[in-house]
Design a protein around this ligand. Structure first.
Ligand SMILES: *Cc1c(COP(=O)(O)O)cnc(C)c1O
Ligand SMILES: [Zn+2]
Length: 447
């Protein structure tokens, strides 16, 4: 452990503190979420953000090569000897004027952060590098997670790279094939439950408690510390300036929670002058956050979140036997575990929340595929959401916007193939059937 870090309950009426040598994941006193916190005066944080980037030149040091650990002073909870890395965070920020045009933004203002370029193909690897380091530090030998797919792929990859066993729980029939193939190939014990993600999430917490397994869902505060670095890399690639907006898909709300914390800390440390605004995008078939924030007016309220609004909302979901449905399986979640931390982010970043339809998601995904490096459906919700916010005038055409494209296009080939082959949307690009004859093939190409 480093003496600079500790865990703290986010409930201001409790505010209990714990050292980092324990894997507890929820406050033992009040049941609320925990944060990783730092005594900044015990950490030598570089004076300028750009000092951290200089490490990139020393790529032969594995910690400097990691897009997570080269920012290590900003997530200083464990000594270097425990740090796990497999080269995560080598991701790029692409300015994309064609996608900008699609959402009605001025040229030069839209940036796409491709987190699909991580080792397992999603942003989850940022979190796993940090969480598995914590797991190694406290001597865990077995791990588990609930997953809509990408968490299981990432957990499986990191677990076997650092010698932990792992079990993943996934909803039966709810997982994209690319992701399922990874979990199996990377050697995870894969348990398909006849239920949805929310069921898996509920069970995995009990499984971890009963069997003493290390939990890798985003309830894990150390995982979220790793995900803060996605924001550091965006700032870095923008020449150490902050964008006006960050746009991120909202599922279990780990990313949005981590991003708000990242900006809050950077501001506190004097490493940035201005905190960007954030837009969190749900799918309409899994829009708990949108409903609670925009319709039920749920807010962070200095940590005194109105629990009754949440309880009533979930009781209604249960009474209706509601199960979320969207083609963006990574955000098919109706009881997001990080809800309160996300409300805090909305408070810190003056955030907004929107929901977009599957049709809008698939069209936006086709645009990112055609003009960019491609992404999976959940990631494209950012582009669809941005299009809404532009049309509403919430975001101006000349503001600088960074959309976080959370996963790789090959994660979910099923959605892509259906969209194009079945001509499901505006940008479908179906293959053309041709007879096995040269003349006719040539005619087709010319036509
Ligand atoms: C996990 C995941 C999400 C959802 O992120 P949260 O942090 O749970 O809100 C979105 N997109 C992809 C590709 C994911 O894997
Ligand atoms: Zn507490």
């Amino acid at each position: 452990m480093t003496d600079a870090a500790f865990q703290k309950c986010i409930n201001p009426d409790c505010a209990a503190e714990f050292d980092c040598g324990q894997a507890i994941f929820k406050c033992p006193q009040c049941g609320e979420l925990l944060d990783a916190r730092y005594n900044w005066d015990k950490i030598e944080v570089p004076g300028k953000f750009s000092d951290l980037a200089k490490r990139w030149a020393g790529r032969d040091n594995r910690l400097d090569f990691s897009g997570v650990w080269r920012f290590r002073e900003l997530l200083n909870f464990c000594p270097d000897k425990y740090k796990v890395t497999i080269g995560e965070g080598q991701t790029i920020l692409q300015q994309n004027d064609s996608v900008a045009k699609y959402v009605d933004m001025k040229p030069g203002r839209l940036y796409l952060q491709y987190e699909g370029l991580n080792p397992s193909g999603s942003f989850k690897d940022n979190g796993m590098a940090a969480a598995f380091s914590h797991a190694k530090m406290i001597g865990a030998s077995s791990s588990a997670c609930a997953s809509t797919g990408n968490t299981s792929a990432s957990v499986a990859l990191y677990a076997h790279s650092c010698g932990l066993k792992c079990t993943v729980l996934i909803g039966s029939g709810r997982i994209a094939f690319g992701k399922l193939s990874q979990a199996m190939d990377y050697g995870a014990q894969t348990i398909q439950i006849l239920g949805d993600f929310d069921d898996c999430m509920r069970h995995v917490q009990d499984v971890c408690t009963k069997l003493g397994l290390y939990l890798l869902n985003s309830l894990n505060p150390f995982r979220l510390e790793g995900q803060k670095t996605i924001m550091y890399r965006i700032i870095e690639q923008m020449g150490w300036t902050t964008p006006d907006w960050i746009v991120v898909p909202g599922g279990n709300l780990g990313n949005s929670s981590a991003f708000g914390k990242a900006f809050y800390e950077l501001k506190q440390l004097g490493l940035i002058e201005r905190i960007p605004r954030i837009a969190i995008i749900n799918a309409t078939g899994a829009d708990t956050l949108t409903d609670l924030v925009n319709n039920k007016k749920l807010t962070w309220n200095d940590g005194k979140v109105d629990q009754k609004i949440i309880d009533d909302y979930y009781a209604d979901l249960t009474a209706r036997n509601f199960s979320p449905h969207t083609c963006a399986s990574a955000i098919e979640i109706s009881r997001p575990v990080n809800l309160k931390k996300c409300l805090r982010t909305i408070d810190i970043c003056n955030g907004v929340v929107r929901a977009v339809t599957d049709e809008e998601i698939c069209d936006a995904k086709a645009i990112v595929g055609k003009y960019g490096l491609g992404c999976e459906p959940a990631s494209a919700a950012t582009i669809a959401g941005l299009k809404h916010l532009r049309a509403e005038g919430v975001i101006a055409a000349d503001e600088r916007v960074a959309c976080v494209l959370t996963g790789h296009p090959l994660k979910d080939p099923g959605v892509t193939v259906n969209y194009h082959k079945e001509k499901q949307g505006q940008f479908s690009n179906a293959p053309v059937e041709a007879p096995n004859k040269l003349d006719e093939i040539i005619e087709l190409i010319k036509s």
